[in-house]
Ligand binder design. Structure first.
Ligand code: FES
Length: 277
């Protein structure tokens, strides 16, 4: 059992979750994830670690409400307990002194990219953060990310920010303007990571993505998170979650992610009917 220390709505549809897990906090590194079960009958949800506090013994993650299990998570409050909280899982992101790095994130990936940007900055890189939101009220952690960035951009589809382009176009413009970009790291929904990888192909800038296929055990045993990278089968939970976005078989990933779509819709309808009769 792990105790919830904080659960709050960051923006509509995205919630922060801070859990007491001192053993995980002691060992985790940027880019790793945890698996959480909201209740004993729920599914196992992989969530990228967004921050941690060794003194407090806590792990912070952010999640988007999508299906039944994330709806259940969003109803938990401080003091509640979850039956499963496992981590840190996956390989940490490779943090080196690359030069100039663009950290491109959207929705839950805004929180997930924060510890990576912070570690890159600490390693002596010039960090350019580019965040994508549909509208200004969906942006969160702006101050935290500005603190670890040399340059900070937001692309949004409303009039609040200067840039109204979707993230790949904004990313291409940054690459064009900067004398040299040595690496792009992209975290968010699969489509965002795919389009960022496509956007950097012609310039040849290495683009790392943090894949989020369906996961079950998170330890390389079940095969649920299988992805093809450079023609080879990989398990995102143990070989990743970070992979070279130019080598990922995106079509396969999109198809596998949709495998339980109808069941997920049915499950959510059934749960909502019983939850809010
Ligand atoms: Fe089971 Fe990765 S989640 S092998």
């Amino acid at each position: 059992m792990a105790k919830i220390l904080r659960r709050e709505r960051l923006v509509p549809n995205i919630h922060l979750l801070e859990v007491h897990a001192p053993e995980v906090a002691k060992k985790c590194k940027p880019g790793q994830f945890v698996i959480i079960m909201p209740d004993e009958k729920g599914e196992r949800i992989p969530l990228t670690i967004a921050d941690w506090d060794i003194k407090k013994g806590s792990i912070t993650t952010a999640f988007m409400i999508v299906g039944t299990s994330t709806h259940k998570l969003s109803l938990l409050n401080a003091g509640d307990e979850v039956p499963v909280f496992v981590g840190p899982l996956g390989m940490p992101s490779k943090i080196e002194q690359y030069g100039t790095v663009v950290c491109a994130g959207g929705c839950f990936g805004i929180a997930a990219i924060y510890p990576i940007a912070r570690a890159l900055k600490k390693a002596g890189n010039k960090v350019i953060t580019l965040l994508d939101v549909k509208a200004n009220f969906l942006l969160y952690w702006e101050d935290k990310l500005k603190e670890v960035s040399d340059q900070f951009f937001v692309s949004a589809r409303d009039s609040y920010y200067d840039c109204k382009d979707y993230i790949p176009k904004a990313l291409k413009n940054i690459i064009k303007k900067e004398s040299e970009i040595n690496r792009v790291i992209s975290i968010g929904c699969t489509y965002l990571m795919y389009t960022c990888s496509e956007a950097t192909k012609t310039s040849g800038v290495k683009t790392m993505v943090s894949l989020n296929p369906i996961m079950v055990d998170g330890t390389g045993m079940c095969g649920a998170c299988r992805v093809t990278v450079d023609g080879k089968t990989k398990f995102a939970c143990v070989d990743g979650p970070d992979f070279d976005g130019h080598l990922v078989d995106w079509e396969e990933l999109f198809t596998r992610r949709k495998a339980y779509f109808e069941d997920e819709v049915q499950s959510l309808c059934y749960w909502e009917r019983n939850q809010f009769p």
